[in-house]
Design a protein around this ligand. Structure first.
Ligand code: HEM
Length: 543
């Protein structure tokens, strides 16, 4: 039998006994580690003795598959603000509109930085791309540059192309569906719609076919980004020693970072060549960045990451897409809308009534019609409430200690906006688990204006986050969603397939959520559709 020399007691121990002792010691250490919140919750207080927000007495290594359900249970048990430990990271979870306003908006100077998530913010985005930047001058500078092309006024410059893209979306689905005879999975086309809109805003270009190699590359990168990031998905973010182990996931993160620099870097170089040769280039993010690069002291990685996050972020959240050649599929708000509507025919009927009455059948809705179609607006808001793509927005982080209503929120806490519970607040949204667009009738505000309301209980929803980090792409996203959804409703009836139920409960994605793949029939509502769709053919834009 193998033996080992025990230095302290000067005796030989059998290896098996030593292994058992070691195993036991490790168990004790692990138990002490995972149960330490029992003690820490008493120890960690502010100078006035206020404890952390209440929460479970153990540390978690992972949460169950649909983490929002765990958080919803906890908010029912612990209240509107609670705390949990994921590994070594303390999370403070906000589930109430007043608390969200008090902390993220009123005290935005404390609650607006980002945790240096190892995978997303360090390895992949390297602290850049606005979303990964710590709160401070660099973040302010990058956000200011980016929002120049995203203001509602700047959106006017992209109005025609967004209009055109929604045309192509409806046309593609019409052709694919053969007048409702062939069931369609709309995800790829919805994704291409969003991708083209973002490419126009970022690079002043679009893809002309859904098999475009550029789309393929961008989709690959976006899929990988979604797989690798997420507020709860990476143990490596919460157990720091794991960050030093060269795992395959870590290698994928590094490869993705390099891929983003490669793909977006070469797109920027091509754009720059055109600019320098005197060729016409449209106003867009990359033009703004290149023109101000020297003055703003932007390095190459800044340029690549800013343009990448716009393209990926916009597509990623505005309407997920599908990689048809692989089994992986994704989708977003447009996907959820199309998943919901076949089982809510009475809502579709009301929408048709409004469209026929206000718009008629000789033309279809435009951006200018939005104020006159309150029911369609209400449908879009309700889809965003019931199926927000990110149940936890993007986590914020505290930059200093903060005391709030008898609780203590330490510096470096990750602060999570629990949109699932916020969106199922029965006081604000009676019958909150039902899809009821009527609840938004009379709400004439856009999401950006609604987020500024003094009475936070009147805010429409929290899908775009809150406070100083609120999504800067909101005007673009709203315009896109309006054009796509109002036109889809004008054009089609939506029918589920008898033997292919569409799940509204299950979903895919860790950092964002999209429905499981499904098919439906899109039946033209009237004969005028064909005529209107003939008016625009695909435009090939070279660059
Ligand atoms: C339906 C579509 C979209 C949804 C639901 C969405 C949602 C979000 C959310 C929840 C955040 C985090 C906010 C926070 O930290 O409180 C965010 C941030 C961000 N979004 Fe969006 N977004 C959408 C579309 C877009 C588009 C179209 C763009 C670009 C054109 C964009 C660019 C960004 C950027 C750059 C950030 C980071 C902001 C910062 O950290 O300061 N998003 N978005």
């Amino acid at each position: 039998m193998q033996a080992i020399w025990d230095i302290e007691h000067h005796q030989i121990l059998p290896t098996s006994r030593l292994m058992v002792d070691l195993g036991l010691a490790m168990l004790v250490v692990a138990a002490a580690y995972f149960l330490s919140p029992l003690v820490l919750r008493k120890w960690i207080t502010d100078k006035d003795g206020h404890p952390l927000p209440p929460g479970p007495p153990i540390r978690y290594a992972f949460l169950r598959k649909y983490a929002e359900l765990a958080l919803h249970d906890w908010q029912q048990k612990y209240g509107p603000i609670f705390s949990i430990w994921m590994g070594s990271q303390l999370f403070v979870v906000i589930s109430d509109p007043h608390v969200a306003r008090d902390l993220l908006v009123t005290n935005g100077s404390v609650f607006s930085t980002r945790k240096r998530y190892f995978m997303k913010n360090q390895v992949i985005l390297n602290g850049r791309a606005i979303t990964a930047s710590p709160y401070g001058d660099k973040w302010r500078q990058h956000r200011r540059l980016a929002t120049q092309v995203l203001t509602p006024k700047a959106m006017q410059g992209f109005a025609n192309i967004m209009d055109y893209e929604s045309h192509i979306l409806v046309k593609s689905l019409y052709e694919l569906g053969h007048k409702g005879e062939v069931p369609v999975n709309p995800a790829h086309y919805a994704g291409r719609f969003a991708l083209n809109n973002m490419l126009i805003i970022s690079f002043g270009m679009r893809t002309d076919t859904s098999e475009d190699p550029l789309v393929e590359k961008a989709l690959d990168l976006a899929m990988e980004f979604m797989d690798l990031t997420g507020p709860w998905s990476n143990a490596v973010d919460f157990f720091e020693p794991l960050q030093w182990i060269p795992t395959s996931k870590r290698s994928r993160g590094i490869k993705l970072h390099d891929g983003l620099i490669d793909v977006y870097g070469s797109m920027i170089q091509r754009f720059e060549r055109r600019m320098k040769s005197g060729e016409y280039v449209p106003d867009c993010l990359v033009k703004t960045l290149l023109e101000s690069q020297e003055e703003e002291k932007l390095d190459w990685e800044d340029l690549c990451m800013l343009s990448a996050v716009f393209t990926l972020g916009g597509v990623h959240s505005a309407s997920r897409f599908i990689l048809v050649r692989m089994k992986a599929t994704t989708s977003g708000i447009i996907q959820w809308f199309l998943a919901l509507i076949p089982s809510h025919q009475h809502i579709a009927e009301k929408a048709y009534e409004e469209l026929d009455r206000v718009i008629g059948r000789e033309r279809w809705p435009t951006a200018a019609d939005e104020p006159n179609l309150p029911y369609i607006r209400a449908i879009i808001k309700e889809v965003q409430r019931v199926h927000a793509p990110f149940w936890f927005a993007t986590p914020h982080c505290t930059s200093q200690d903060f005391s709030y209503k008898g609780t203590f929120i330490p510096k470096d806490s990750v602060v999570l906006l629990n949109c699932y519970s916020l969106h199922h607040n029965e006081e604000r949204y009676p019958n909150s688990f039902s899809f009821l667009p009527e609840r938004y009738l009379g709400d004439d505000l856009g999401c950006g204006e609604s987020a500024k309301l003094a009475n936070v209980m009147e805010r429409d929803h929290w899908t775009f986050g809150a406070g100083r980090r609120i999504c800067p792409g909101l005007p673009a996203a709203e315009r896109e969603l309006w054009l796509a959804i109002s036109r889809l409703l004008w054009a089609f009836k939506f029918e589920a397939l008898p033997n292919e139920p569409i799940s509204l409960e299950e979903y895919e994605g860790l950092s964002g959520r999209t429905p499981l793949p499904y098919r439906l029939r899109l039946v033209p509502r009237h004969n005028n559709l064909a005529g209107i769709l003939q008016a625009a053919d695909e435009v090939k834009m070279t660059w």
